[in-house]
Design a binder for this molecule. Structure first.
Ligand code: PEP
Ligand code: MN
Length: 306
């Protein structure tokens, strides 16, 4: 088999117009390290005639912060004003929430996207938002969401993966609760297959194990393993990874030291009153302290915070 491959490859390389031939034996070809070795992913938008840009997978570490859900204009205004003052360029906050139990707050829907778009132009920051359904594509385009998030529960929603690929926006693909690295990379492959500009960022957010003390078990192995298998940037979600705000700083610092390309962290002006995920949301003051520590770690490993 190896002989055949080598013969076949030297045959291909001899063809006119062929500059290089790479053998990628993994089933995920576009996500494989060999495909994009050394590449990074830019997220860029012109907001009020100003270019706002972050780069995932480069020297910078991208810190995305915001509440779990968009709850009101005031809640977002207080939060984003603070994040902007802390120098952050990209924010989160979901308008559509996947909830395990019915009859819980499921997000403000379109109203939430409208608030997020207002924050985007008021504070000139990029936005991340979770898309749950193929029928919402128009809304996400109309409200100029910069990065689509595909959540854990939808990692293998294949129609949704195809559609977000076709939308052409960068995608943060969260790892499924019980998904292997291979399944995760194959889900990314599905999106990459449809994208002209290949922009998928992987997010490890904790997997399900026998341990129930924390909400999930954050698998930090994912950082070196994904870096070995794939060229795609990997970010860590310490909020869902632990489920408890008091553990978020330690895990965030560990993730950065381990080589993660970014973090996505939940923060709220008043976590006790949050409509979703208050237990794992940082107070804005705690976030400020954490950012100070992250800057020191970034410096120590030759990176800096975007
Ligand atoms: C979220 O980011 O708020 C969320 C629902 O994440 P996950 O899909 O990782 O549970
Ligand atoms: Mn959440």
């Amino acid at each position: 088999m190896v002989d055949y491959d080598e013969d076949f490859m030297s045959h291909l390389i001899a063809l006119d117009g062929v500059e290089d031939v790479k053998l990628i034996s993994a089933p995920y070809k576009l996500a494989a390290r060999e495909y994009g070795n050394g590449s990074s992913i830019d997220v860029e938008a012109k907001i009020n005639n100003k270019i706002v840009k972050v780069r995932f997978g480069g020297q910078e570490v991208v810190i995305i912060v915001g509440p779990c859900s968009i709850e009101s204009y005031e809640q977002m205004d207080i939060t984003v004003r603070c994040l902007k003052a802390l120098g952050l360029k990209i924010i989160r906050g979901s308008a559509f929430k996947p909830r395990t139990a019915p009859r819980c707050f499921e997000g403000l829907g379109e109203k939430g996207l409208e608030i997020l778009a207002t924050m985007r132009s008021k504070y000139e920051v990029l936005t991340v938002n979770e898309i749950m359904d193929t029928s919402d594509a128009k809304l996400f385009n109309d409200y100029q969401v910069d990065v689509l998030q595909v959540g854990t529960r939808n990692m293998q929603n294949f129609r949704l993966l195809d559609m977000v690929g076709e939308m052409g926006k960068p995608v943060i693909l969260k790892r499924g609760l019980c998904s292997t690295y291979k399944e995760w990379l194959l889900a990314a492959e599905r999106i990459l297959d449809r994208q002209k500009k290949k922009r998928v960022i992987l997010c490890e957010r904790g997997i399900r194990t026998f341990e129930t003390y924390t909400r999930n078990t954050l698998d930090l192995n994912a950082v070196p393993v994904i870096k070995d298998l794939s060229w795609l940037p990997i970010i860590i979600d310490p909020s869902h990874g632990t489920g408890k705000a008091e553990y978020v700083p330690a895990v965030s610092k560990g993730a950065l030291a381990a080589g993660a390309d970014g973090l996505i962290i939940e923060a709220h002006p008043n976590p006790q009153e949050a409509l979703t995920d208050g237990d794992q949301s940082l107070f804005l003051t705690a976030l400020e302290t954490l950012l100070g520590d992250l800057r020191k770690i970034a410096k120590a490993i030759g990176r800096k915070i975007a």
